[in-house]
Design a protein around this ligand. Structure first.
Ligand code: NDP
Length: 278
Protein backbone atom coordinates (compact mmCIF):
# COMPACT_ATOMS: atom_id res chain seq x y z
CA UNK A 1 0.00 0.00 0.00
CA UNK A 2 1.43 3.41 -0.90
CA UNK A 3 2.07 5.86 1.91
CA UNK A 4 0.21 9.13 2.40
CA UNK A 5 2.77 11.86 1.46
CA UNK A 6 1.16 14.13 4.09
CA UNK A 7 2.42 11.78 6.82
CA UNK A 8 6.08 12.33 5.90
CA UNK A 9 7.93 14.95 8.00
CA UNK A 10 8.67 18.10 5.98
CA UNK A 11 11.83 20.20 6.05
CA UNK A 12 13.27 22.74 3.64
CA UNK A 13 15.70 25.56 2.97
CA UNK A 14 14.66 29.19 2.48
CA UNK A 15 16.89 31.61 0.60
CA UNK A 16 16.91 34.28 -2.09
CA UNK A 17 18.23 33.08 -4.51
CA UNK A 18 18.03 29.38 -3.68
CA UNK A 19 18.07 27.31 -6.88
CA UNK A 20 21.83 26.60 -6.53
CA UNK A 21 21.43 25.03 -3.07
CA UNK A 22 22.78 21.49 -2.55
CA UNK A 23 21.00 21.12 0.81
CA UNK A 24 18.13 18.96 -0.54
CA UNK A 25 20.62 16.42 -1.95
CA UNK A 26 22.63 16.35 1.28
CA UNK A 27 19.58 15.85 3.51
CA UNK A 28 18.18 13.13 1.23
CA UNK A 29 21.52 11.31 1.43
CA UNK A 30 21.52 11.67 5.25
CA UNK A 31 17.94 10.35 5.38
CA UNK A 32 18.80 7.33 3.21
CA UNK A 33 21.90 6.56 5.26
CA UNK A 34 20.13 6.76 8.64
CA UNK A 35 16.79 5.23 7.57
CA UNK A 36 14.88 8.41 8.42
CA UNK A 37 11.76 9.24 6.45
CA UNK A 38 11.48 12.89 5.46
CA UNK A 39 11.08 15.26 2.57
CA UNK A 40 13.17 18.39 2.01
CA UNK A 41 12.10 21.29 -0.20
CA UNK A 42 13.78 24.29 -1.85
CA UNK A 43 11.90 27.47 -0.92
CA UNK A 44 12.57 30.67 -2.85
CA UNK A 45 11.53 33.44 -0.44
CA UNK A 46 12.08 37.20 -0.91
CA UNK A 47 13.06 39.17 2.23
CA UNK A 48 9.68 40.90 2.54
CA UNK A 49 7.91 37.51 2.49
CA UNK A 50 10.16 35.79 5.05
CA UNK A 51 7.92 35.96 8.12
CA UNK A 52 4.82 34.94 6.18
CA UNK A 53 6.67 32.00 4.57
CA UNK A 54 8.09 30.72 7.88
CA UNK A 55 4.71 30.97 9.65
CA UNK A 56 2.97 29.20 6.78
CA UNK A 57 5.52 26.37 6.70
CA UNK A 58 5.04 25.92 10.45
CA UNK A 59 1.23 26.15 10.26
CA UNK A 60 1.05 23.51 7.55
CA UNK A 61 2.96 20.98 9.67
CA UNK A 62 6.58 21.62 8.62
CA UNK A 63 9.08 20.35 11.19
CA UNK A 64 12.17 22.43 10.48
CA UNK A 65 13.94 24.79 8.10
CA UNK A 66 17.40 25.80 7.05
CA UNK A 67 17.73 29.50 6.34
CA UNK A 68 20.39 30.98 4.12
CA UNK A 69 21.50 34.23 2.45
CA UNK A 70 20.09 36.86 3.03
CA UNK A 71 17.73 35.79 5.85
CA UNK A 72 20.00 34.65 8.71
CA UNK A 73 19.82 37.79 10.86
CA UNK A 74 16.16 38.59 10.11
CA UNK A 75 14.93 35.10 10.98
CA UNK A 76 16.58 35.28 14.42
CA UNK A 77 13.99 37.93 15.30
CA UNK A 78 11.12 35.52 14.53
CA UNK A 79 12.33 32.89 17.01
CA UNK A 80 10.67 32.23 20.39
CA UNK A 81 13.88 30.64 21.67
CA UNK A 82 17.50 30.74 20.52
CA UNK A 83 20.37 28.37 21.21
CA UNK A 84 23.35 29.92 22.98
CA UNK A 85 25.41 29.91 19.78
CA UNK A 86 22.59 31.55 17.77
CA UNK A 87 22.19 34.24 20.44
CA UNK A 88 25.93 34.86 20.43
CA UNK A 89 25.95 35.18 16.62
CA UNK A 90 22.70 37.12 16.26
CA UNK A 91 22.14 34.92 13.21
CA UNK A 92 20.21 31.69 12.65
CA UNK A 93 20.60 29.04 9.95
CA UNK A 94 18.37 26.31 11.41
CA UNK A 95 14.80 26.45 12.71
CA UNK A 96 12.99 23.67 14.55
CA UNK A 97 9.25 23.89 15.17
CA UNK A 98 8.47 22.42 18.58
CA UNK A 99 5.06 22.56 20.33
CA UNK A 100 4.06 25.71 18.44
CA UNK A 101 7.34 27.48 19.24
CA UNK A 102 10.11 28.44 16.81
CA UNK A 103 13.57 27.40 18.03
CA UNK A 104 16.56 28.98 16.25
CA UNK A 105 20.08 27.55 16.10
CA UNK A 106 23.26 28.36 14.20
CA UNK A 107 25.26 25.39 12.94
CA UNK A 108 27.65 27.29 10.65
CA UNK A 109 30.40 27.63 13.26
CA UNK A 110 30.45 23.99 14.31
CA UNK A 111 30.30 23.00 10.62
CA UNK A 112 33.40 25.03 9.78
CA UNK A 113 35.34 23.88 12.86
CA UNK A 114 34.58 20.21 12.12
CA UNK A 115 35.71 20.58 8.54
CA UNK A 116 38.93 22.38 9.50
CA UNK A 117 39.87 20.18 12.47
CA UNK A 118 38.39 16.75 11.74
CA UNK A 119 38.37 16.58 7.95
CA UNK A 120 41.42 18.73 7.16
CA UNK A 121 43.50 18.18 10.32
CA UNK A 122 44.14 21.90 10.97
CA UNK A 123 45.32 23.05 14.42
CA UNK A 124 43.51 26.28 15.31
CA UNK A 125 45.01 26.83 18.76
CA UNK A 126 47.72 29.48 18.45
CA UNK A 127 46.98 30.01 14.74
CA UNK A 128 46.98 33.44 13.12
CA UNK A 129 43.61 33.67 11.34
CA UNK A 130 42.23 36.24 8.88
CA UNK A 131 38.52 36.27 7.99
CA UNK A 132 37.51 38.23 4.89
CA UNK A 133 33.90 39.44 5.08
CA UNK A 134 31.62 40.49 7.93
CA UNK A 135 28.16 39.21 7.03
CA UNK A 136 25.93 36.51 8.51
CA UNK A 137 28.46 33.72 8.00
CA UNK A 138 31.20 35.64 9.84
CA UNK A 139 28.79 36.27 12.73
CA UNK A 140 28.27 32.50 13.00
CA UNK A 141 31.94 31.46 12.85
CA UNK A 142 33.60 34.16 14.99
CA UNK A 143 32.65 32.76 18.43
CA UNK A 144 33.53 29.13 17.58
CA UNK A 145 36.89 30.22 16.08
CA UNK A 146 37.71 32.33 19.16
CA UNK A 147 36.98 29.38 21.45
CA UNK A 148 39.78 27.49 19.67
CA UNK A 149 42.20 30.12 21.11
CA UNK A 150 43.92 31.44 17.98
CA UNK A 151 46.85 33.81 18.63
CA UNK A 152 45.05 36.40 16.50
CA UNK A 153 41.73 36.67 14.66
CA UNK A 154 41.42 39.58 12.24
CA UNK A 155 38.17 40.39 10.44
CA UNK A 156 38.68 42.42 7.26
CA UNK A 157 35.70 43.76 5.36
CA UNK A 158 34.92 46.08 2.45
CA UNK A 159 32.64 48.03 4.81
CA UNK A 160 34.86 48.53 7.85
CA UNK A 161 31.98 49.44 10.20
CA UNK A 162 30.44 45.96 9.81
CA UNK A 163 33.71 44.27 10.82
CA UNK A 164 33.99 46.67 13.77
CA UNK A 165 30.43 45.86 14.85
CA UNK A 166 31.30 42.14 15.02
CA UNK A 167 34.40 42.87 17.08
CA UNK A 168 32.20 44.89 19.49
CA UNK A 169 29.86 41.90 19.91
CA UNK A 170 32.84 39.89 21.19
CA UNK A 171 34.50 42.77 23.02
CA UNK A 172 36.09 40.63 25.70
CA UNK A 173 38.26 38.89 23.10
CA UNK A 174 41.70 40.50 23.06
CA UNK A 175 42.83 38.43 20.08
CA UNK A 176 40.11 39.92 17.86
CA UNK A 177 40.41 43.02 15.64
CA UNK A 178 38.78 44.62 12.60
CA UNK A 179 40.25 46.32 9.53
CA UNK A 180 39.68 47.07 5.85
CA UNK A 181 41.22 44.95 3.07
CA UNK A 182 44.05 47.48 2.62
CA UNK A 183 44.93 47.75 6.31
CA UNK A 184 45.34 44.07 7.21
CA UNK A 185 48.20 43.72 9.73
CA UNK A 186 51.54 42.72 8.21
CA UNK A 187 52.81 39.19 8.01
CA UNK A 188 51.70 35.76 6.91
CA UNK A 189 48.51 34.15 8.30
CA UNK A 190 48.17 30.41 8.98
CA UNK A 191 44.57 30.44 7.80
CA UNK A 192 42.72 32.89 5.52
CA UNK A 193 38.96 32.30 5.37
CA UNK A 194 36.91 33.93 2.64
CA UNK A 195 33.45 34.66 4.05
CA UNK A 196 32.49 37.27 1.46
CA UNK A 197 29.88 36.52 -1.17
CA UNK A 198 31.94 38.36 -3.81
CA UNK A 199 32.77 35.15 -5.72
CA UNK A 200 29.09 34.29 -6.06
CA UNK A 201 28.84 37.41 -8.23
CA UNK A 202 32.05 36.43 -10.07
CA UNK A 203 34.00 39.22 -8.34
CA UNK A 204 37.51 39.20 -6.88
CA UNK A 205 37.91 42.19 -4.56
CA UNK A 206 41.42 43.44 -3.66
CA UNK A 207 42.12 40.69 -1.12
CA UNK A 208 45.39 41.27 0.81
CA UNK A 209 48.06 39.17 -0.93
CA UNK A 210 50.62 39.88 1.81
CA UNK A 211 48.52 37.75 4.20
CA UNK A 212 49.28 34.62 2.14
CA UNK A 213 52.58 32.76 1.95
CA UNK A 214 53.96 29.24 1.72
CA UNK A 215 52.30 27.80 4.86
CA UNK A 216 48.88 29.48 4.52
CA UNK A 217 45.71 27.44 4.15
CA UNK A 218 43.09 29.42 2.22
CA UNK A 219 39.52 28.31 2.86
CA UNK A 220 36.60 29.61 0.82
CA UNK A 221 33.18 29.26 2.44
CA UNK A 222 31.80 29.41 -1.09
CA UNK A 223 32.04 26.33 -3.28
CA UNK A 224 31.46 25.52 -6.89
CA UNK A 225 31.78 23.07 -9.73
CA UNK A 226 35.02 24.83 -10.73
CA UNK A 227 37.55 26.56 -8.48
CA UNK A 228 35.98 29.71 -7.04
CA UNK A 229 37.50 33.16 -7.81
CA UNK A 230 38.97 33.19 -4.27
CA UNK A 231 40.52 29.73 -4.77
CA UNK A 232 42.14 30.95 -7.97
CA UNK A 233 43.36 34.09 -6.21
CA UNK A 234 44.79 32.02 -3.32
CA UNK A 235 46.71 29.77 -5.69
CA UNK A 236 48.18 32.76 -7.48
CA UNK A 237 49.08 34.37 -4.13
CA UNK A 238 51.13 31.25 -3.28
CA UNK A 239 48.96 29.53 -0.64
CA UNK A 240 50.08 26.11 0.58
CA UNK A 241 46.56 24.82 0.09
CA UNK A 242 43.24 26.15 -1.15
CA UNK A 243 39.98 24.47 -0.11
CA UNK A 244 36.35 25.21 -0.99
CA UNK A 245 33.52 25.05 1.58
CA UNK A 246 31.91 21.71 0.60
CA UNK A 247 33.00 20.17 3.91
CA UNK A 248 31.48 22.99 5.96
CA UNK A 249 28.28 22.70 3.96
CA UNK A 250 27.94 18.99 4.76
CA UNK A 251 29.01 19.38 8.41
CA UNK A 252 26.60 22.23 9.18
CA UNK A 253 23.82 20.22 7.51
CA UNK A 254 24.68 17.18 9.67
CA UNK A 255 24.33 19.31 12.80
CA UNK A 256 20.89 20.54 11.64
CA UNK A 257 19.86 16.95 10.84
CA UNK A 258 20.94 15.88 14.32
CA UNK A 259 18.90 18.67 15.91
CA UNK A 260 15.80 17.68 13.94
CA UNK A 261 16.01 13.89 13.98
CA UNK A 262 18.20 13.05 16.99
CA UNK A 263 20.51 10.99 14.75
CA UNK A 264 23.99 12.05 13.64
CA UNK A 265 24.78 11.03 10.04
CA UNK A 266 28.24 9.93 8.93
CA UNK A 267 29.42 12.90 6.87
CA UNK A 268 32.43 11.37 5.09
CA UNK A 269 30.55 9.32 2.45
CA UNK A 270 28.11 12.17 1.80
CA UNK A 271 30.93 14.66 1.33
CA UNK A 272 32.59 12.28 -1.10
CA UNK A 273 29.36 11.72 -2.98
CA UNK A 274 28.40 15.38 -3.40
CA UNK A 275 31.94 16.44 -4.23
CA UNK A 276 32.00 13.76 -6.97
CA UNK A 277 28.57 14.65 -8.31
CA UNK A 278 29.28 18.42 -8.09
P1 NDP B 1 26.13 38.16 3.66
O1 NDP B 1 25.31 38.64 2.52
O2 NDP B 1 25.59 38.26 5.04
O3 NDP B 1 27.56 38.96 3.68
C1 NDP B 1 28.28 39.13 2.49
C2 NDP B 1 29.69 39.62 2.77
O4 NDP B 1 30.40 39.64 1.54
C3 NDP B 1 29.78 41.03 3.35
O5 NDP B 1 30.87 41.09 4.23
C4 NDP B 1 30.03 41.88 2.11
O6 NDP B 1 30.75 43.07 2.38
C5 NDP B 1 30.94 40.95 1.33
N1 NDP B 1 30.93 41.24 -0.10
C6 NDP B 1 29.96 40.97 -0.99
N2 NDP B 1 30.33 41.35 -2.24
C7 NDP B 1 31.57 41.87 -2.12
C8 NDP B 1 32.50 42.42 -3.04
N3 NDP B 1 32.22 42.54 -4.33
N4 NDP B 1 33.70 42.85 -2.56
C9 NDP B 1 33.99 42.74 -1.26
N5 NDP B 1 33.16 42.23 -0.34
C10 NDP B 1 31.98 41.79 -0.76
O7 NDP B 1 26.52 36.66 3.31
P2 NDP B 1 26.91 35.48 4.31
O8 NDP B 1 27.87 36.03 5.30
O9 NDP B 1 25.71 34.82 4.85
O10 NDP B 1 27.63 34.44 3.34
C11 NDP B 1 28.91 34.72 2.78
C12 NDP B 1 29.30 33.59 1.84
O11 NDP B 1 29.55 32.41 2.59
C13 NDP B 1 28.20 33.25 0.83
O12 NDP B 1 28.82 33.05 -0.43
C14 NDP B 1 27.62 31.95 1.36
O13 NDP B 1 27.11 31.13 0.33
C15 NDP B 1 28.85 31.32 2.01
N6 NDP B 1 28.47 30.37 3.07
C16 NDP B 1 28.87 29.05 2.97
C17 NDP B 1 28.56 28.16 3.95
C18 NDP B 1 28.99 26.73 3.81
O14 NDP B 1 28.42 25.88 4.51
N7 NDP B 1 29.98 26.43 3.00
C19 NDP B 1 27.77 28.54 5.14
C20 NDP B 1 27.47 29.95 5.18
C21 NDP B 1 27.79 30.81 4.18
P3 NDP B 1 29.98 44.44 2.79
O15 NDP B 1 29.71 44.30 4.27
O16 NDP B 1 30.96 45.50 2.46
O17 NDP B 1 28.74 44.49 1.96
Amino acid sequence: MSEDPASIDRYGVMGYPISHSRSPVIHRLFALQTGQRLQYELLHVAPEKLEQAVRQFQRTGGKGLNVTVPHKAAVARLCDQLSERAREAGAVNTLAFQDGDVFGDNTDGVGLIRDLETNLGIRLKGARILVLGAGGATLGITGPLLRRLPSELVIANRTLSRAEAIVERFDEALALSACAFDTVPDGEFDLVINATSAGVHGETPPYPATAVAGKTLCYDLSYGLKPTPFSEWAREAGAARSVMGWGMLVEQAAESFHLWRGVRPDTAPVLKQIAISA
